[in-house]
Ligand binder design. Structure first.
Ligand code: F6R
Length: 369
C-alpha cells in the first residue's frame, strides 16, 4: 500500500501536488469557481452572511487560520477561527447570518462534530470541509466541500492540510464573486495562482534532500522555535506541531511580531529558529520587519533557518541556512512554505529511529473527547 515508499508519511508528503490538483479538478471552469455541492446555499444567502466562524482542531485549525487571511481579503467578511472543544463549551454568539465552516480530514473528530451540531441547533448554517466521503461531520452539515487528497493513513496530517487550504480558497473566491467584492478578472488572477500551486509544490519537493540533511545534523536538538507573520504565522504553528508529534521535540510557533512581547527571552546561543519569510515583492511592508526580527534573534545567538522565496537575498547575511520556495503571491506562500517544515519533522523523526506513521499516544481520528 505504501507503493515503494518507506512510510505512509513520506508517500503522503510527496502526494501533495496531486492532493491540491484533485481538489481543484472540475471546480475551476472558464476562470470561475464551480462548486455544485454548495447549491443549497443560494447567492442571496451567501450575500447575507455577516460572519464566518471556522471550527476545527489541530492542523485543520491552522488551515482555517490561513484561509481567514484570504477570505477576509477577498470576500470582505469577518472570519474567526475557534478550536472545536473551546467553541462548544461556551455560549458562542450565533444566528442565521453566521456561517459555520468546519474543517476535518477524518470527518469524525468528536469535538468538531459536537460543535457543528451545536451550531445548527443555534440556527447557524453549516458547511464542512472534509476528506472522507460519507463521514459523520458532512452528514450533519448543510453542505460539504470535499477535499480530494485521497486517504491519509499516517497519523500526522500533511496532504489533507494543503487540500483544505485549496478548498477554502475556492470557497473564498466563490464568496467574493457572489458578494461582488472581487471582479471576474481579479478572481481569474487568484485562480491562476491556485492552479499553479501543484507545479510549485513539485519544485519544493525536489529540494527535500537539503531539508533531510539539515534534520540529520539536528538530530540531537532539544527545542526548536518557529516564527512567521501574516499567513506565515499559522505555518509556524503547524511546523511546531509537526515537530512535537513526529519527533517528540519541544517546539513552539510564534507570530514574529510577538517576539518583543516575550518570546525573545527564550533566545540563547545555539537556539534553532525557523523563520517563514514573506516575499520581498509581494509583502513589501512585512518582509523588512521579518528580516529585522531575524537580525534581532541572530544577534542573540540564534541559529536561523529561513524559509524564503527564491532570489530573496536580504536574508542571506543573517540566516545560517536558507530553504527556498518558488515565487508565489503572498496568500499562496503557505501552501509551499509548509512543505519543508513537514519534511524536517519527518526526517528528524526517522533520524531518531521513531515511528513516523504512528507517533506515540496519538490516534488518526479522535472520536473521544
Ligand atoms: C496533526 C493532526 C491533528 C489533526 C486533528 C484534526 O498532524 O493530524 O492535529 O489535524 O486531530 O483531525 P481531523 O482533521 O480529522 O478533524
Amino acid at each position: 500500500e505504501k507503493g515503494g515508499w518507506s512510510s505512509f508519511m513520506r508517500k503522503e508528503v510527496s502526494e501533495q501536488p496531486e492532493a491540491v490538483a484533485k481538489t481543484l479538478l472540475g471546480r475551476v471552469v472558464d476562470d470561475q469557481v464551480v462548486i455544485p455541492e454548495l447549491e443549497s446555499f443560494g447567492d442571496d444567502e451567501l450575500r447575507g452572511i455577516r460572519r464566518i466562524t471556522v471550527i476545527a482542531c489541530g492542523t485543520a485549525s491552522y488551515a482555517g487560520m490561513v484561509a481567514k487571511y484570504a477570505i477576509e481579503q477577498w470576500a470582505r467578511v469577518p472570519v474567526e477561527i475557534e478550536l472545536s472543544h473551546e467553541f462548544r463549551y461556551r455560549e458562542p454568539v450565533l444566528d442565521d447570518h453566521t456561517l459555520v465552516v468546519s474543517i476535518s480530514q477524518s470527518g469524525e473528530t468528536m469535538d468538531t462534530l459536537m460543535a457543528v451540531k451545536y451550531a445548527r441547533e443555534q440556527g447557524a448554517r453549516t458547511i464542512s470541509i472534509c476528506n472522507t466521503q460519507g463521514a459523520t461531520i458532512p452528514r450533519e452539515s448543510d453542505a460539504v466541500v470535499y477535499t480530494h487528497a485521497g486517504p491519509e493513513v499516517a497519523v500526522a496530517s500533511t496532504k489533507a492540510f494543503v487540500a483544505q487550504i485549496a478548498a477554502l480558497y475556492l470557497f473564498g473566491l466563490h464568496l467574493a464573486r457572489v458578494r461582488g467584492t472581487l471582479s471576474a478578472e481579479e478572481i481569474a488572477v487568484q485562480l491562476h495562482e491556485l492552479q499553479a500551486v501543484p507545479e510549485k509544490l513539485e519544485l519544493v519537493l525536489a529540494e527535500s534532500e537539503k531539508v533531510a540533511q539539515l534534520a540529520h545534523w539536528m538530530a540531537d536538538t532539544r527545542s526548536v522555535l518557529f516564527l512567521g507573520r501574516h499567513v506565515g504565522y499559522p505555518i509556524a504553528l503547524e511546523g511546531a506541531l509537526k515537530l512535537k508529534e513526529l519527533a517528540y521535540i519541544h517546539a513552539e510557533g510564534f507570530a514574529a511580531g510577538e517576539l518583543k512581547h516575550g518570546p525573545i527571552a527564550l533566545i540563547e546561543p545555539g537556539q534553532p529558529v525557523f523563520v517563514v519569510v514573506p516575499s520581498p515583492r509581494g509583502s513589501a511592508t512585512l518582509h523588512p520587519k521579518v528580516v529585522s526580527n531575524i537580525q534581532e534573534i541572530r544577534a542573540r545567538g540564534a541559529r536561523v533557518i529561513a524559509i524564503a522565496e527564491a532570489g530573496d537575498a536580504a536574508v542571506l547575511p543573517f540566516a545560517d541556512e536558507v530553504l527556498r520556495i518558488p515565487l508565489a503571491a503572498p496568500l499562496f506562500e503557505p501552501l509551499l512554505a509548509v512543505v519543508p517544515l513537514q519534511i524536517f519533522a519527518m526526517e528528524l523523526s526517522q533520524a531518531k529511529g521513531l515511528d513516523v506513521d504512528q507517533p506515540r499516544n496519538l490516534a488518526k481520528s479522535v472520536t473521544v473527547e
